[in-house]
Ligand binder design. Structure first.
Ligand SMILES: [Fe+2]
Length: 199
């Protein structure tokens, strides 16, 4: 049965320097993301055993682990491709996405402030996410706690920033705000636009 694999980064571990250090990227991808991939695969193994009656575990504990680890895997996979080396990343979005941002937020600057505020104010570990809901023809920003709490269901992740301490602490210490402010210099708007165009 096909399970989950750690996707390779679309750039080298030092490519996002000086915004995100090689040490952070190496640990974040090869240790933290890998642990979520392994955790999701293990939860699925436990589910298969439970179906065969070989696992007396509480189903709630297995499904909780699956939700946490699979959400962690999925969010990291988007996060890596949402970024590009400084020079290629950063700047402003273009095309249809830029028009939608202006329609829904008033300006790119206001959008940036809304997204940054969400990221800086996630309680403990989590993420800020930009999504688009075709039903309301609306872009909006939400927060995720841990990897799997507060997600609106059935909405695509267009742009996300990881604000777990493992994403910045080795370089920015406790200054999550500086990390978020600098992170805009590595946002890969082509990737965000591609995700928006596919909806
Ligand atoms: Fe992370």
């Amino acid at each position: 049965m096909k399970k989950y694999d750690l996707p390779p980064l679309p750039y080298s571990y030092n490519a996002l320097e000086p915004i995100i250090s090689e040490q952070i990227m190496t640990l974040h991808h090869s240790k933290h993301h890998l642990a979520y991939v392994n955790g999701a695969n293990q939860a699925i193994d436990r589910l298969e055993k439970a179906r065969r009656g070989e696992n007396p575990e509480n189903i709630r504990s297995i499904l909780r682990d699956l939700s946490f680890n699979l959400s962690g895997h999925k969010l990291h996979a988007v996060f890596w491709t949402n970024m590009a080396p400084p020079g290629r990343g950063g700047g402003n979005p273009g095309g249809k996405l830029a028009d939608q941002i202006i329609k829904d937020f008033g300006s790119f600057e206001i959008f940036k402030k809304v997204f940054s505020d969400a990221a800086k104010n996630v309680e403990a570990s989590g993420w800020a996410v930009l999504t688009y809901d075709p039903e309301g023809d609306l872009l909006f920003v939400y927060q995720v706690e841990k990897h799997n709490l507060l997600h609106p269901p059935d909405l695509p992740v267009l742009l996300t920033i990881d604000v777990w301490e493992h994403a910045y602490y080795l370089q920015y210490k406790n200054d999550r705000g500086a990390y978020v402010d600098n992170w805009w210099n590595v946002v890969n708007w082509d990737d965000v636009d591609k995700r928006f165009s596919k909806i």
